[in-house]
Write a protein that binds this ligand. Structure first.
Ligand SMILES: [Zn+2]
Length: 113
């Protein structure tokens, strides 16, 4: 049996596990409440909002949501104490199309009294 964790990354649209991605580091949500709130907000996963800090401590985010600056040690990939994941951004394809107004024939203006 593998001792590797099968816990999924809680980041929106990620869901990676250390089991399926070799060398993938997972990080627990911080116990510090205000920092933890920032992690939840940046993860884009709104289902985490209602969880307590203790419940969130069981959840993890993978290393892909952090930049080099967030690691205290680049080789071991240890997170700095106050590190916060990168903010989730909507995919480009989610852009809303605004319909352009076209007038067919003669435009109708309201009659002046
Ligand atoms: Zn992830």
């Amino acid at each position: 049996m593998s001792r590797k964790s099968g816990v999924k990354c809680a980041y929106l649209n990620c869901g990676k596990t250390a089991r399926s991605y070799d060398g993938l580091k997972m990080y627990r949500f911080p116990k510090d409440k205000s920092l933890c709130t920032q992690w939840v907000a940046n993860s884009g996963n709104i289902s985490l909002i209602h969880l307590t800090t203790d419940d969130l401590y069981k959840k993890r985010l993978c290393m892909e949501h952090f930049i080099n600056n967030d690691f205290s040690n680049e080789k071991t990939k240890n997170l700095k104490k106050n590190a916060v994941p990168q903010k989730y951004e909507e995919p480009q394809s989610m852009k809303v199309l605004t319909p352009t107004k076209t007038y067919e024939g003669h435009p109708v203006f309201p009659k002046s009294p």
